[in-house]
Structure formats: C-alpha cells, structure tokens
Design a protein around this ligand. Structure first.
Ligand code: GH3
Ligand code: MG
Ligand code: MG
Ligand code: MG
Length: 312
C-alpha cells in the first residue's frame, strides 16, 4: 500500500454541511470515503465492512465519537482501525478521555485542512505497519508448522493438531483414522543415486499423498526421515484402508525419475482407527496411542514383504 486510494476511510459527522466539506476534501486526497451520520450507524458499518481509518466528530446525537471509539476497541476487530477524533473539546481532561477511550489521535475543530491530512497520513503509516506485522506473523506461523523439504506439515503440527482431531472425533462421536507410510528400501535410493535424488523422491511421494487425500479435511505430516502420517478425520478403518491402498498403488504404478532412468518406488502402510476404549486417556495420549498402533501395523507390512497395507 503506497497511497491513499487503497485506504477505506469512514467519516462520521452529524452536521450535513461539515460532512460534505470533509468528504470532498478526503476524496480529493484520494481516500475511498464512506460516511455515517452518527455513532450507531458508524459502528454498524465498521463491524460489517473493512475500514482502515476512522475520522469521527465527537459531539453527535445518540452515540458520540468518544463512545464510538470505545465500542470499536471493545469489538476487537481482526485488523487495526486507526481512529482520529474531531473535537471542539479542548480541555486536557477531555482529550485524555478521548485517547483513553481508544482514539489514536485528535484534531481540533475547525480543522486545518493540511493538518488533518497530515495526521491521517501518520495514521496510514500505523495501519501499514500493522498490516506488515500481521502478514509476517502469518508467514512465521506457516513456517513453524511446515516441513521445509516436502511442504507437508511437520512433527510439531502433528502433535498439536492430532490431539485436536481426537477431541473433535470424541465430542461428535465421529471416526478418526491415521495411516503411517514409510518408503521401502529408501536407503538404497540414497546410496545408489545420491541424497539429492533421495530428496526429490521424498518430495514426489509427499506430493502424491497430498493430492490423493481430501484437503484440507485430510492432512499429511512428515513424522521424520522417510515416514509420513496421513490423518483422516470422518474416516473409519475400512475407509482408511481404501485411502492407503490408493496411495500404495499410485506409488508402485508410477516409477519416479532418478539418476539412471525411472525407478520403481514403493511404500508400506499401517492403518489404525481411534478406539473408544481409550476414552479415559487425554486427547494427546490417545493421539499418540493411535500413531503407535498405525506404526505397529506398518511394521507388519514391512515384515510381510513391503509394498502393502496392514490395518491394526
Ligand atoms: P525400509 O524398507 O525398511 O523402510 O528400509 P529403508 O531403507 O527405507 O529404511 P531405513 O530406516 O533403513 O533408512 C531410511 C533412510 O532414509 C535413511 C536416511 O538416510 C534416509 N532419509 C531420512 N531423511 C531423509 C531426507 O530428508 N532426505 C534423504 N535423501 N534421505 C533421508
Ligand atoms: Mg457534531
Ligand atoms: Mg523406509
Ligand atoms: Mg523409516
């Protein structure tokens, strides 16, 4: 955001002539302006729409500007609204009360045009700062739950989210299953073709799993090394076997490019469904037990010759 045209501003003023004048000034400065005649109308518009700036008169019939500021702050909007009070109250006590109610700044009436625009400019800097902070936070959060190599969720997310899935499944009496997947003889691919090819195979396998499930309801996490967990809410044991078998076949039937031409890559799978007997365990402990059972089933698949699905 670099200029005023990308800022939505709500102007609140009960006096029609003053409102018109201010509206014209703000539009000329490039703001996208909406108006309201009093505090109630303004609050409804703020709660319904996305504004970045509020310029409000203090004295108005009904809800006044100071109360409006307080109500906006109490609403805890998802994005920051910069609020500027226009006031003929000029005692220090009044101004302090306005700022304490949640206004960011004030301009005394009658407002000097260039001062008003300069103060709104300062408001835009705050709004931009808050926006970039929010974007950075989202990005950091995403990084903190993503496996950098494969783009699946990571172990941290698995631990936290699986407990929540267990909680939801228990509360609504819905099935929940987990599939543990492990590439077969993967060490050999690394040894024969190098680690980089190994990495590529891992990424392709992760991609294949993500495409095979119903995102975002179903999700895939890297458990570690070449082991992944597929979490399947609303899915019972039989359904989870179907998903695992589909991925097993997709993998086995589609050779992946490697150092000396395409190579067959297979994987083994262990399936488990959340059991109700575990209802006394904590959600996290029940999630861990679910994974242990899927892992035991995977171990059976490995022992029985690999490239297969076993359900516990
Ligand atoms: P199995 O069929 O019994 O699963 O045999 P395996 O060779 O797949 O299993 P093993 O546990 O012996 O070896 C796993 C290999 O996975 C060894 C390790 O170097 C490799 N590996 C783990 N993480 C990565 C990674 O991020 N990139 C690459 N290229 N290799 C990885
Ligand atoms: Mg007024
Ligand atoms: Mg393996
Ligand atoms: Mg392994």
């Amino acid at each position: 955001m670099t200029d005023a045209t990308q800022f939505r501003l709500l102007l609140v003023e009960d006096e029609p002539t003053q409102r018109k004048l201010a509206e014209r000034l703000l539009r000329r400065a490039g703001y996208v302006v909406e108006t309201a005649n009093d505090g109630e109308e303004a609050l409804a518009k703020i709660l319904a729409g996305e504004f970045q700036l509020l310029l409000t008169d203090w004295d108005m019939p009904g809800m006044d500007g100071k109360t409006l500021c307080r109500r906006v702050r109490e609403a805890n909007l998802p994005t920051y609204l910069y609020m500027l009070l226009l006031t003929s109250h000029d005692s220090t006590d009044d101004l302090v009360a306005g700022l304490e109610a949640g206004a960011d700044d004030y301009v005394k009436k009658p407002a000097n045009e260039s001062e008003l625009l300069a103060r709104l400019n300062a408001g835009r800097r705050i709004v931009r700062l808050e926006q970039s902070l929010r974007e950075a936070n989202t990005q950091i959060h995403l990084l903190s739950i993503t496996d950098p190599l494969t783009g699946t969720f990571n172990r941290r997310y698995l631990n936290e989210q699986l407990a929540l899935e267990v909680e939801r499944a228990r509360r609504y009496h819905r099935p929940l299953s987990a599939v543990m997947a492990d590439l077969d003889r993967f060490k050999r691919i690394n040894d024969e073709c190098g680690h980089q090819t190994g990495d590529e195979v891992l990424c392709r396998f992760a991609q294949l799993m993500k495409e095979a499930v119903r995102q975002p309801l179903d999700w895939v996490a890297r458990y570690g090394g070449e082991e992944f967990v597929i979490v399947l809410p609303e899915t019972d044991r039989a359904g989870a076997i179907v998903v695992a078998e589909k991925i097993r076949a997709l993998c086995a039937d589609n050779p992946m490019a490697a150092c000396s031409g395409p190579i067959e890559v297979t994987a083994s799978f262990g399936v488990a469904e959340l059991v109700s007997e575990a209802a006394t365990q904590s959600h996290a402990a029940a999630g861990e037990a679910l994974l242990r059972r899927a892992d035991a089933a995977l171990y059976t698949s490995k022992n029985e010759g690999r490239n297969r699905v076993t359900a516990g």
